[in-house]
Design a protein around this ligand. Structure first.
Ligand SMILES: Cc1cc2nc3c(=O)[nH]c(=O)nc-3n(C[C@H](O)[C@H](O)[C@H](O)COP(=O)(O)OP(=O)(O)OC[C@H]3O[C@@H](n4cnc5c(N)ncnc54)[C@H](O)[C@@H]3O)c2cc1C
Length: 498
């Protein structure tokens, strides 16, 4: 199969779909190539067993670690990518996240552009992704030129009571920035199956619903599903001529003017690394040997705080973030964020508490409240994505900057004990819990230290771009999707695509 377009985008997740939306507004002819298919709307969308235990919407694919152990990565090959199941928590990074931070055991490098450069596009992305939020509650919130497009979600009584107990400690819990369709007449019903589940009602602000679908209605954007791109072809030169791969076992060759990889941080790097040739022995755009390196995932831990005296009857739990330690964890050095996640059900705990009886897990879930503690990991060249001899993705990963994580985890546990919780259980994220992966095709001003420029264009191959989480020079400590979307809108608007 052969096709062609002015701009060819590989991958329809947060980066690819949002870029397609931005290009459609400029009337540019776009072809999106997506290896997955549309996620079916079906009863299983909201089944914890189907989604978490049977992993119904994950590919069968396994990646391999340095010890040769296979693992199932946190990827979803679907129209809309990982956003089809994401938690739709859409905060901005803070101004200081774009600047260099020196940690006791690592450096978070500066970005090639500032918060001010991205700010107009954050506003645009918040509007596109229907973000509900409020200003004035979070002491670390960055300045904004536009108010939130929709008011913040309110707390349910159990959460409100917990918020009061946290406020009594002098902390400032704030309402989470959420991308859901909750305005009057909107489709969101505030159900318990949002975070980690597909939305059966189309009420979650995922990339298909908010960006790709609307972009395709304008007539400039086409989508081919089931197309897996394997190689980027440059011939003997320094421009991409075509991307090649397969669809249903048949070869695919797509030509075009500009080519954008948006396959997510592992797959975009893998596409470049697989594309070796006499001109590019280490893979396309990889003279620096930086492609695949500096893989980051955030340092994350889920904690469940239990108070056997208080039944948690919440339906939509994900409404609070505590950012008091974001810039200063008590020693003048940044900590990170502590935020509620969607209500965990007993059957969801089965994925790691495999031997515990379901009835016990359900009883625990009925008395617990669950949080995510997120801190920044720092880039290391040894943390990297490679393609092994069998063509599979291999991930080398050691935790970095983890002392900051231990510190914030301790503060989160203290906060919850002081709020009356008797027990706090933790689940630290391992190599397979890489849903926040980023950094493998980093952007920067210096072509010897980065692969992409500030508009995600390859320093070496002028019609090649990577517009997904791969470009992040550092990971910050906020959920990444809004920043990926905002940068995609910036790239769409500021690059000359003709
Ligand atoms: C359970 C879960 C919860 C999350 N919650 C949040 C949250 O609340 N807030 C937040 O900010 N982030 C959240 N995230 C993370 C967020 O979803 C990702 O950061 C974001 O989607 C990454 O965008 P991306 O464009 O880099 O990649 P993706 O969105 O993963 O898109 C990549 C796309 O490329 C396609 N693709 C890959 N390789 C190829 C190829 N070779 N050929 C063709 N197509 C290809 C894939 O199928 C996919 O559609 C969550 C993720 C998960 C899994």
């Amino acid at each position: 199969m052969k096709d062609s377009a002015t701009v060819v985008i590989v991958g329809s997740g947060m980066g690819g779909s949002t870029l397609a939306w931005g290009l459609a507004r400029r009337g540019i002819d776009v072809l999106v190539l997506e290896r997955g298919d549309y996620l079916p709307r079906e009863r299983e969308n909201w089944s914890p067993e189907a989604v978490f235990v049977e992993r119904r919407y994950k590919p069968d694919e396994t990646w391999v670690d340095d010890d040769g152990q296979d693992f199932r990565p946190g990827v979803h090959y679907l129209v809309g990518g990982n956003t089809k199941v994401y938690g739709a928590s859409l905060p901005r990074l803070r101004e200081r996240d774009f600047e260099r931070t020196d940690y006791p055991s690592g450096v978070s490098p500066a970005w090639p552009f500032s918060y001010a450069d991205l700010e107009p596009y954050y506003s645009q992305a918040e509007s596109l992704y229907r973000v509900h939020g409020t200003s004035g509650e979070d002491p670390t919130e960055p300045w904004r030129s536009q108010p939130y497009p929709y008011p913040a979600l309110g707390h349910e009584p159990y959460v409100q009571e917990t918020v009061l107990r946290i406020e009594q400690q002098g902390l400032h819990p704030s309402r989470t920035s959420m991308g859901v369709d909750l305005q009057p007449g909107g489709a969101c019903i505030r159900c318990s199956t949002c975070d980690g589940f597909p939305c059966r009602l189309g009420a979650k602000s995922d990339a298909e619903t908010c960006a790709l679908g609307p972009a395709m209605m304008g007539g400039h954007v086409r989508l081919l599903t089931g197309v897996r791109i394997d190689r980027i072809e440059t011939g003997a030169g320094d421009r991409v001529i075509a991307v090649t791969g397969e669809r249903n076992g048949e070869p695919v060759e797509i030509t075009g003017g500009s080519f954008v990889l948006a396959g997510g941080a592992a797959n975009s790097a893998a596409m470049l690394l697989r594309s070796t040739s006499d001109r590019w022995p280490g893979g396309v755009a990889n003279s620096t040997d930086l492609v695949g390196r500096n893989y980051m995932v955030h340092n994350n831990t889920h904690i469940a705080a239990i108070d056997p005296r208080r039944a948690n009857d919440v339906v939509f739990q994900k409404t609070v973030a505590v950012n008091d330690y974001y810039h200063d964890a008590g020693d003048g050095i940044p900590g990170g964020t502590i935020q509620l996640i969607g209500k965990v059900q007993g059957s969801m705990m089965k994925t790691h508490a495999t031997r515990a009886p379901l009835a016990v897990l359900n009883r625990m879930a009925g008395r617990s409240i669950e949080w995510l503690v997120m801190t920044e990991d720092t880039p290391s060249p040894d943390n990297r994505v490679r393609v092994n001899r069998d063509g599979r993705i291999q991930v080398s990963w050691q935790r970095t900057n983890y002392d900051r994580h231990e510190l914030l985890l301790g503060k989160a546990k203290r906060m919850l004990k002081d709020a009356g919780y008797i027990g706090v259980f933790e689940q630290r994220f391992g190599i397979d819990m890489n849903s926040h992966m980023c950094g493998t095709v980093r952007a920067g001003l210096d072509p010897t230290q980065s692969v992409l420029d500030e508009h995600c264009r390859s320093h070496e191959v002028s019609n090649l771009f990577v517009v997904d989480s791969s470009f992040f020079p550092s990971s910050g400590a906020q959920n990444p999707a809004l920043t990926i979307g905002a940068q995609a809108l910036r790239v769409a608007a500021e690059v000359n695509w003709n």
